[in-house]
Design a protein around this ligand. Structure first.
Ligand SMILES: Cc1cc2nc3c(=O)[nH]c(=O)nc-3n(C[C@H](O)[C@H](O)[C@H](O)COP(=O)(O)O)c2cc1C
Length: 360
């Protein structure tokens, strides 16, 4: 039997296999933050393709955290029907449904986020045209933690199998962990890691002891000051004290090395070794073939997430299991029809340079 095709347990989350569709923003939801009809077939088709679980697009926990046009939300009970329809589209096609809960912080364009953007400190990201965010006050931080907790509870009520806390990819939680975006000297300073600790605690309390919760993190940042692996290892040590179901690293390539430390050991290996079995770890990053699966697993993760691969090949897991070729590129000739994509996502896939490969 090829690796990861058997049922697998991520603590209290059981999957029929160890392949998970990584979270992917769809840029396609309605302006009111509800799911649009063409996102459901997109998710259902990936579930039919054999994945053990599907993580949803990042879903904002408060309207101040909306980071993309066409992002969907879990910020209010009036989103319950929308949330439920996604869980059902995934589950009725045989996969577990995992809601990714998110707040964009300083990465939110103010026009999407109610006129301003907020973060740990009033420090702009190092991107052209980045806006200087407003520093959050103490009560606002407490309320935001509660927004994540209520969003997680909504996921449970709407029938999801798990939630993933989006602590990666430069968004609000990472902004509190990073010494670049967090210059605070109060209890929310970046070194004490109080924000992620309090947030995980609040989410777990809201959903109760049996509902699976995972946490996604980015292991390092290019900025100076910024997150380095030693800080990430300290974060992991704190996260391992909680009854989480999994940790999920965010990497572009599963075998990438640190951009700062001169170690030849891939980050995924270093992090797996550091976790040392305390929690299951999901690996990710340019997994395009059965050979990549074997090589990635040698670096120690428990399960693997696949993002762009699941766009290019709707039957990714079926092809892997059968030993038939897995498509790693898109074909101009049958794009977008053959890929069952919502319109907003199809447009981004075509327009963003370097993201996807089109074969003729
Ligand atoms: C279209 C697209 C949207 C994405 N949206 C999210 C998201 O909402 N949340 C998230 O954590 N990562 C997001 N990512 C990152 C992926 O989850 C994944 O980490 C990354 O693409 C590397 O995996 P891959 O090489 O299999 O694509 C997105 C990636 C793509 C291609």
């Amino acid at each position: 039997m090829k690796p990861l095709l058997d049922p697998i347990r991520l603590n209290n989350l059981e999957l029929k296999n160890g392949f998970i569709v990584a979270p992917m923003t769809t840029y396609s939801s309605l302006d009111n933050g509800c799911i649009s009809p063409d996102e459901l077939p997109y998710l259902a088709r990936r579930a039919q393709g054999g994945f053990g679980a599907i993580m949803t697009a990042a879903c904002y926990v408060h309207s101040s955290g909306k980071a993309f046009t066409g992002q969907w939300g879990c910020d209010h009970d009036n989103k319950l029907d929308s949330l439920r329809s996604v869980a059902q589209a995934i589950q009725s096609n045989g996969a577990k449904a995992i809601l990714q809960i998110h707040h964009g912080g300083r990465q939110c364009p103010p026009k999407l986020a109610g006129g301003e953007c907020i973060s740990a400190s009033a420090i702009a990201a190092e991107n052209p045209n980045a806006v200087i965010p407003r520093e959050m006050i103490d009560t606002e931080i407490e309320r935001t933690i509660e927004d994540y907790a209520q969003a997680a509870l909504r996921a449970k009520v709407a029938g999801y199998d798990a939630v993933e806390i989006h602590g990666a990819n430069t968004y609000l939680i990472q902004q509190f962990v990073s010494p670049h975006s967090n210059r605070r000297e109060d209890k929310w300073n970046p070194n004490d890691l109080l924000f992620p600790k309090r947030l995980v605690e609040a989410v777990l309390r809201a959903v109760g002891p049996d509902f699976p919760v995972g946490y996604r993190f980015s292991p390092e940042e290019p900025e100076t000051p910024g997150i380095r692996l030693d800080r990430t290892k300290r974060l992991i040590d704190e996260l391992c004290k909680f009854k989480l179901s999994f940790l999920h690293i965010s990497l572009r390539n599963y075998d990438q090395k640190s951009i700062h430390a001169d170690s030849e050991e891939p980050i995924l290996k270093q992090i797996s070794v550091h976790i040392n079995g305390r929690l299951p770890l999901i690996g990710v990053g340019s997994i395009r073939s059965a050979e990549d699966v074997s090589k990635a697993l040698q670096l120690g993760p428990t399960a693997l997430a696949i993002a762009r691969g699941a766009i290019c090949d709707v039957d990714w897991v079926k092809h892997y299991a059968a030993g038939t070729p897995i498509r790693a590129t898109l074909s101009k000739a049958d794009f977008p029809q053959a890929y069952v994509l919502p319109a907003g996502l199809a447009k981004r896939v075509e327009d963003v340079p370097g993201w996807f490969d089109f074969a003729e």
